[in-house]
Design a binder for this molecule. Structure first.
Ligand code: GLN
Length: 204
């Protein structure tokens, strides 16, 4: 690719501005997207954190379900964070009765998994591709209950007894052009997780 990367942030609901700012700090062309033509023009897409049930309903209302599913299936590099991870998951535990997803990632997510113990949770964790741990902020976050054979696990909650049922849980994954984290890399000034996604776009 010899033009500056053009990365869309799905702008239906949630942490849109924070992702745009994180991308702009990395020097790429970052734009909010909510129309099929805008999605078609993007080199990569971020689906932010927020509320997955609201976001999927808005995607349906905006006639974006098929355009998003088609682009994702056709290989659009896409990074889902928190609610965005839920939207990319093929299967949800503890979703609402009628909750659907965009799908693409062969994972089962447990929605509000950390929320049972505490609404938000922070820890440092090691991530494949980063030299030093990243500070991960989880806000009513899902974790990944199980992954299919094509999924690469990029990160887990440290496996420490004091972390209770969260210990060792999968919280970052990649499958082909799709990447997802349970935590919010747009919080704080560490741009390295976004940079991993930009690398993924550049190598497609
Ligand atoms: N609990 C939210 C959901 O189910 C996700 C929370 C978040 O994205 N911060 O969609």
């Amino acid at each position: 690719m010899n033009h500056p990367l053009h990365v869309g942030v799905l702008a239906l609901q949630g942490d849109v501005r924070e992702h745009l700012e994180a991308l702009l700090r990395l020097g790429v062309d970052a734009v909010p997207v909510r129309r099929p033509a805008e999605i078609a023009a993007a080199d990569g897409l971020i689906i932010p954190g927020g509320e997955s049930t609201t976001m999927i309903k808005l995607a349906r209302n905006f006639d974006l379900l098929d355009p998003l599913r088609d682009r994702i299936a056709a290989g659009l590099p896409t990074f889902g964070t928190c609610a965005g991870m839920i939207l990319l998951a093929d299967r949800i535990i503890d979703g609402t009765a009628d909750q659907t997803t965009l799908g693409g990632l062969d994972i089962t997510v447990r929605r509000n998994a950390f929320g049972r113990q505490t609404d938000s949770f922070e820890t440092d964790l090691a991530l494949t591709g980063l030299d030093t741990p990243v500070h991960a902020v989880f806000i009513r976050a899902p974790w990944v209950e199980s992954v299919g054979p094509a999924v690469e696990v990029l990160g887990r909650v440290p496996d420490r007894a004091d972390l209770g049922p969260a210990a060792g849980r999968i919280v970052a994954v990649r499958q082909g052009a799709l990447m997802a984290t349970s935590f919010h890399p747009e919080v704080g000034a560490d741009g390295r997780v976004h940079e991993l996604f930009l690398d993924l776009i550049r190598t497609r």
